[in-house]
Design a protein around this ligand. Structure first.
Ligand SMILES: [Zn+2]
Length: 148
């Protein structure tokens, strides 16, 4: 899909509204926050320091985590840690590492599917670029913890 940089602000707010209406989630954009989904309190925070395109893809990704959390069987079915969230696991286990990497990949995929289904914009070249950077940083972190 062709995207214009100037469209991201409008589509960020559209995406925010779709997610709020559908999932009963709070979404806060502020410079004091990192991009994160707080599952226990159903809150997504998006860092304001990035431009509108960056904020948009961050929100897409966090909505992916939200979608995973809303499905009670998802983690149990697809991740070796099962129901347990990787943040509560022993970080030095292979199962925790694989669960983390898989969930990061799935959050990107489900977030993109969500955006596509809503008819919102996406630029695959940019999406693949930031997804690769993001997943690599998680993967490297886990590998270092496990093997070095
Ligand atoms: Zn993530």
């Amino acid at each position: 899909m062709k995207t214009k940089f100037s469209d991201y602000k409008e589509h960020y707010y559209k995406l925010e509204e779709f997610a709020r209406n559908e999932f009963d989630v709070n979404i806060v954009l502020d410079s004091i926050y990192e991009d994160y989904f707080y599952e226990m309190i159903s809150l997504i925070t998006i860092g304001k320091k990035q431009n509108w395109r960056g904020r948009y893809y961050s929100l897409l990704h966090e909505i992916g985590h939200l979608i995973i959390s809303k499905d009670n069987d998802y983690r149990e079915t697809y991740y070796p840690l099962g129901k347990q969230h990787y943040i509560h696991a022993n970080h030095n286990s292979k199962k925790a590492y694989i669960s983390l990497v898989f969930e990061e990949l799935d959050a990107w995929k489900l977030g993109l599917l969500y955006v596509k289904n809503k008819g919102l914009i996406y630029d695959l070249e940019y999406y693949h670029k930031i997804m690769t950077e993001n997943v690599m940083s998680h993967a490297l972190y886990g590998i270092k913890k496990l093997y070095f």
